[in-house]
Design a protein around this ligand. Structure first.
Ligand SMILES: N[C@@H](CCC(=O)N[C@@H](CS)C(=O)NCC(=O)O)C(=O)O
Length: 311
């Protein structure tokens, strides 16, 4: 059985979402510490272009975006479920809103001028300049990530107020146990809460602060650190998982075997190219070959991504 390898960095909120879910599921995993900014050549060998953080590797299967990473974790470890059929549409919609809109709001709040000195990513001026340039390249052509603080802050406070109300009568957003919305919401809060200047402001919402502590406690594994070359070797010596949805192409203009490119629709428009294997209502899977990593299947969620046929 392949092992889970999480390609991530410590200060990444979306990585924290996955670290906590893995802990909640009591799953062991290996970790590759990837660069915070480009270039990331060893990650590219696996993803073929997708550069966001985190990426989950399972042998020669590569999962891009936490929406599909979390679904995959649920598939291989159904105990402690975080999805349910009775909430399928509601949870999927709420988690997408949280991972996009609330994340965008939380980035503006976390990077506000008074908090920058205490930010792990921005406290050193040289590193901060390189980071800002990298993120400008990363979000080129997109308006989906930037937001002015005076617009973001009221949205942030409005949602924190609602969360505080719900969490005053319920241990988790999912009720007695967390569901995927807890993990999606938590990583946005963690991003702000882990800045010492901003922590007291979140503590003004005591039920949110208590829930953050409970969610944080799920990040309880100590993954074995491996280097990126070792992860590439593991991909190279693994077989891709058999695909059960080979005929699942819902797009009328696409067929299995088409040469396609897949890219996010919000920001980080770096495409991955390969041969289409699946384009179902839940996922897009393409097959690609890398000199060092061998044959790979790269998986993306359907929501938030587009597939384009390459002529
Ligand atoms: N929708 C993506 C968003 C991932 C994302 O935006 N991650 C941030 C870091 S937390 C990122 O990729 N930043 C640029 C980078 O790490 O190169 C997901 O759910 O995984």
């Amino acid at each position: 059985m392949p092992e889970i390898i999480l390609h991530q960095y410590a200060s990444s909120p979306f990585s924290e979402k996955v670290r906590c879910l893995l802990g909640y599921k009591e799953l062991e995993y290996k970790s590759v510490d990837i660069p915070v900014i480009m270039p990331k050549p060893d990650l590219m060998a696996l993803t073929g272009g997708y550069r966001k953080t985190p990426v989950l590797q399972y042998g020669a299967d590569i999962y891009c975006d936490t929406a599909i990473i979390c679904r995959f974790i649920e598939e291989i470890c159904p105990s402690n479920p975080v999805y349910s059929a009775s909430q399928e549409a509601a949870l999927s919609a709420a988690a997408l809103w949280t991972d996009t809109f609330l994340f965008r709001v939380s980035v503006a709040v976390a990077f506000q001028p008074k908090a920058i000195g205490a930010s792990e990513l921005l406290s050193d001026p040289t590193a901060a300049a390189a980071f800002m340039q990298d993120r400008a390249d990363f979000t080129a052509g997109s308006t989906a990530l930037g937001m002015e603080l005076d617009i973001a802050l009221p949205h942030w406070l409005a949602h924190m107020t609602k969360l505080n109300t719900q969490l005053s009568v319920s241990s988790f957003l999912g009720g007695d146990a967390p569901n995927i919305l807890d993990f999606s919401t938590y990583h946005c809060c963690w991003f702000v809460y882990s800045n010492d200047v901003l922590k007291p402001e979140l503590e003004a919402f005591p039920h949110v602060a208590h829930w953050i502590q409970n969610m944080m406690a799920f990040n309880n594994r100590t993954p074995k650190l491996i280097n990126s070359e070792a992860a590439i070797d593991i991909a190279n010596s693994s077989q891709c998982l058999p695909q059960t949805q080979l005929d699942a192409i819902i797009d009328t203009d696409l067929a299995v075997g088409d040469s396609v490119e897949v890219l996010p629709i919000d920001y980080g428009f770096q495409a991955t190219r390969g041969e289409l294997v699946v384009a179902s209502p839940s996922s897009i899977v393409i097959k690609r070959h890398d000199e060092r990593a061998g044959e790979l299947l790269v998986h993306f969620p359907r929501l938030g991504f587009q597939v384009r046929r390459q002529e």
